[in-house]
Ligand binder design. Structure first.
Ligand code: HEM
Length: 425
């Protein structure tokens, strides 16, 4: 990859969380939902209602398990009960019973491709088979393949662009771009094409992913390269009767939609949140500067403290009971993993962002069979970016002249902006 040149205004327009098209704004959302989560958990781990209803927010949201207006909803706030749900996929399923997967084509919305056609909403053996096709590209050992092919160069090129200026909104100029460039490069798309995809997704014109990917899929079927789209083109799926088939274009597109959506917005917001935490917590950046082995822990701690997607859902297959609460079949259960990540039964001073905290698993990447496929890639992106910032931007600090950043959103949380400054060389 050669040095990336980006139109900064365009990037700002495409990635400002506060101005997303279709977003209803943040005014009616609590600035910090965690005090309410603590209160709810202390009166019982399981409550009837959706997370937003329980927070007193009266509007419709579209997310995993939402709106599903015809179903009964429950929300779960403790570590132990969330864990029990993750461990029981027979009762707590990733899709409603009888749900049919749809076919992805140029007219399918990204949302439908993810929520109606991807492995995120498959169950049992079909889910295992699909996941196994790409799993080898996402192991911890494979993280270096991602770093060496795409992540490192992307990070360095982006820093080249803003380093001389002495200040930047790192949320837009770095965090937003690293994940989207990484995943789209692994599909064989250029950053410009990636921005086109984003623009078309936001209803701002441009070719969509299907149009851009079709010719690449055809080319890789002919001549595979060392990238993810070639892995998908060559992958062989074994059916129930033992027949082996290659993925068709629709299946590859559904995979690509899932990876692009699951892999870019999430890591963008989590990287922004991590940088916000580091820039605003007294002593945190200095601790990392002195001891680089703390970078990994700083990332894990941000995942625990402010996971970008604090809720995911399951559909209940049969009547059951959770912490003494009766849950009828066909209900939707919302795993409020953000609340589980701050359960005082598991963490001391759970509301504190502490880069020295002893490592133990959080639920930021979920758990069980659907645990985040891309978690090692996401970690590699964040660790590589933070190390590069520390290497290259002397005296990196919060920009005192800018409005202080805040973490906003509910089902998808991330920083308003990340205003940073440093001493340019
Ligand atoms: C910090 C960034 C990320 C966070 C916090 C995150 C979080 C999650 C969570 C919580 C789930 C589980 C959903 C459930 O339980 O139903 C999940 C699933 C998934 N994630 Fe991530 N993710 C991140 C980055 C990525 C990246 C970089 C990729 C791909 C390159 C990715 C691909 C996926 C896929 C494919 C699934 C579905 C797995 C399955 O259903 O078996 N994610 N993610």
């Amino acid at each position: 990859m050669t040095s990336i040149s980006v139109d900064r205004e365009r990037i700002r327009e495409l990635f400002d969380l506060r101005q997303q098209v279709g977003n209803e704004g943040y005014d009616d959302l609590p600035a910090d939902p965690y005090p309410a989560f603590h209160e709810l958990r202390s009166s019982g781990p399981v409550h009837p209602g959706t997370p937003h209803e329980l927070l007193g927010i009266d509007r419709e949201f579209g997310f995993h398990g939402l709106p599903e207006a015809d179903r009964v909803h429950f929300s779960v706030f403790s570590w132990a009960e969330c864990d029990a749900i993750y461990r029981n996929e027979t009762v707590f399923r990733s899709a409603p019973r009888g749900a049919e997967l749809i076919t992805v084509d140029a007219h399918t919305s990204m949302r439908d491709a993810i929520l109606k056609a991807s492995m995120l909403v498959m169950n049992g053996p079909p889910h295992r088979r699909y996941r196994a096709l790409v799993q080898p590209s996402f192991t911890p050992a494979r993280a270096t393949w991602w770093i060496d092919h795409w992540i490192d160069e992307t990070v360095q090129s982006l820093i080249d662009g803003f380093a001389p200026e002495g200040r930047a909104d790192l949320n837009v100029e770095l965090a937003a771009l690293v994940p989207v460039a990484t995943i789209t490069s692994s599909f064989g798309l250029s950053l410009d094409q990636a921005l086109e995809v984003r623009s078309s997704l936001m209803g701002m014109g441009g070719r969509n992913l299907v149009e851009l990917l079709h010719p690449i899929i055809a080319a890789r079927r002919e001549a595979p390269e060392d990238d993810l789209i070639s892995v998908l083109c060559q992958a062989e799926l074994t059916d129930d009767d033992g027949t082996t088939v290659r993925l068709n274009d629709t299946e590859i597109l559904a995979f690509s939609f899932l990876l692009l959506t699951a892999g870019s917005g999430t890591t963008w917001k989590q990287m922004g949140t991590t940088l916000t935490a580091l820039l605003t917590t007294p002593g945190a950046l200095d601790a990392l500067r002195t001891d680089r082995s703390l970078v990994k822990g700083a990332v894990e701690e941000s995942l625990r403290w402010e996971p970008t997607d604090p809720m995911f859902s399951r559909w209940v297959a049969e009547d059951t009971e959770l912490a003494g609460v009766k849950i009828p079949a066909e209900s939707v259960v919302h795993i409020v993993l953000g609340a589980a990540n701050r359960d005082p039964a598991r963490w001391e001073h759970p509301d504190k962002y502490d880069v020295h905290r002893k490592l133990q698993q959080s639920f930021a990447f979920g758990n069980g069979p659907h645990i985040c496929l891309g978690m090692h890639v996401a970690r590699a992106e964040m660790v590589t970016a933070i190390n590069a910032l520390l290497d290259r931007l002397p005296n990196l600090r919060l920009d005192p002249d800018a409005e202080p950043p805040s973490i906003i959103g509910l089902y998808e949380r991330g920083p308003s902006h990340v205003p940073a400054m440093w001493d340019p060389a």
